[in-house]
Ligand binder design. Structure first.
Ligand SMILES: [Zn+2]
Length: 270
C-alpha cells in the first residue's frame, strides 16, 4: 500500500527578490511567475492520469501551493493575486525567515541577526509573525512552523528550546485553533542533520504536544523537493511522534475544504 492521496505544493513564484534566498540565483526554488498556469495544467493532468490508472496506488493528485507570508501583505501582492485567481485545493502559508526581506525586517525592529543575544528576540518575533500568518486567513495550513531552528537566522541553531518560548508558541497555536487552521507535520526537518542541525520533524514534538492539547489539527507534508523523499518517515518518525502525542487523524484539502482521515494506515505504507 502506498499513498492514495497526493497534493503537490510547489513554491509560489514572485518577482520580489526579497524572497529569494541569499546566495542563490533568482527564484532558485521557485518557478518563473509566467509558468504558474503551466504548473496548474501539469498537476491537473497528473490527477487525470491517477484517476484513470487502476493499478497505481495514487487515486487523486490535488493542486496545492506553498506561499510565503510577510506581515506587510503588499510585499507579496503578486503571490496573493495568484492565490485569489487560481483554483488551488490547498494553500500552505509559510514563514521563510531565511530570505533577505525578513532579515532586513528584523534589523529594522532593532534585532541584530548574527549575535547570540539576539536569538531569543528573533524566536519571539518569528512566532509572533506565525500568529499574524494565521490571523491573515489567507491560507489553509501553516507550513513547517518551527523552521526558525534551521537556516542560520539564529546565531546558535541548536539553541532553540520550545520550552523557553512556550508563551509565544502557545499564542500562535491559539490563533491557529481560533481560525481552524491545521499545522503541517513536515519531514524535511529530518534531513537537516547534514547542516549540523538536530534531526527532527517540524514541529518539535514538544510543540506538537501543546498543539494536540489545544485542539489544533495537522496535515502531513514531505517538503520533498525530489521524488525519492515523498512520504519518507511517514511510517517511521512521524507515526512514532503522532502516536506518542495522541493524534489519530490528519487532514488534506479539496477546494479548501478540510477532509479528515485516520492516520493508522500510514503504519502499513510501503
Ligand atoms: Zn517552506
Amino acid at each position: 500500500m502506498g499513498l492514495a492521496i497526493l497534493t503537490i505544493t510547489s513554491h509560489i513564484p514572485t518577482n520580489n527578490d526579497g524572497f529569494c534566498e541569499a546566495g542563490y540565483e533568482h527564484n532558485f526554488c521557485k518557478m518563473d511567475i509566467g509558468r504558474i498556469d503551466d504548473y496548474i495544467a501539469e498537476v491537473h493532468e497528473t490527477d487525470k492520469i491517477a484517476q484513470q490508472d487502476d493499478k497505481g496506488s495514487v487515486k487523486r493528485v490535488y493542486l496545492g501551493i506553498e506561499s510565503d507570508f510577510f506581515h506587510d501583505l503588499s510585499t507579496i501582492k503578486d503571490g496573493m493575486d495568484i492565490l485569489e485567481t487560481r483554483p488551488f485545493d490547498y494553500i500552505i502559508g509559510s514563514m521563510h525567515h531565511q530570505v533577505p526581506i525578513y532579515r532586513e525586517y528584523l534589523k529594522h525592529l532593532g534585532i541584530p541577526v548574527g549575535s547570540k543575544e539576539a536569538d531569543h528576540d528573533i524566536i519571539e518575533q518569528y512566532f509572533h509573525d506565525c500568529k499574524l500568518l494565521c490571523e491573515s486567513r489567507k491560507f489553509d495550513c501553516v507550513g513547517h512552523c518551527d523552521v526558525i531552528r534551521c537556516f542560520k537566522t539564529l546565531y546558535d541553531q541548536n539553541a532553540f528550546d520550545p520550552k523557553s518560548h512556550e508563551e509565544s508558541i502557545r499564542r500562535f497555536l491559539a490563533s491557529a485553533h481560533a481560525v481552524d487552521m491545521p499545522i503541517e507535520i513536515n519531514t524535511s526537518g529530518m534531513r537537516r542533520v547534514k547542516e549540523g542541525v538536530r534531526s527532527e520533524i517540524y514541529p518539535d514534538p514538544v510543540i506538537l504536544k501543546w498543539a494536540k492539547e489545544m485542539g489544533v489539527r495537522i496535515t502531513l507534508g514531505s517538503d520533498a523537493h525530489s521524488v525519492d523523499v515523498v512520504g519518507a518517515e511517514f511510517r517511521g518518525r512521524v507515526m512514532e511522534v503522532l502516536k506518542d502525542v495522541g493524534y489519530t487523524t490528519a487532514c488534506y484539502f479539496e477546494q479548501h475544504k478540510r477532509i479528515e482521515y485516520p492516520i493508522e494506515g500510514l503504519a502499513e505504507m510501503k
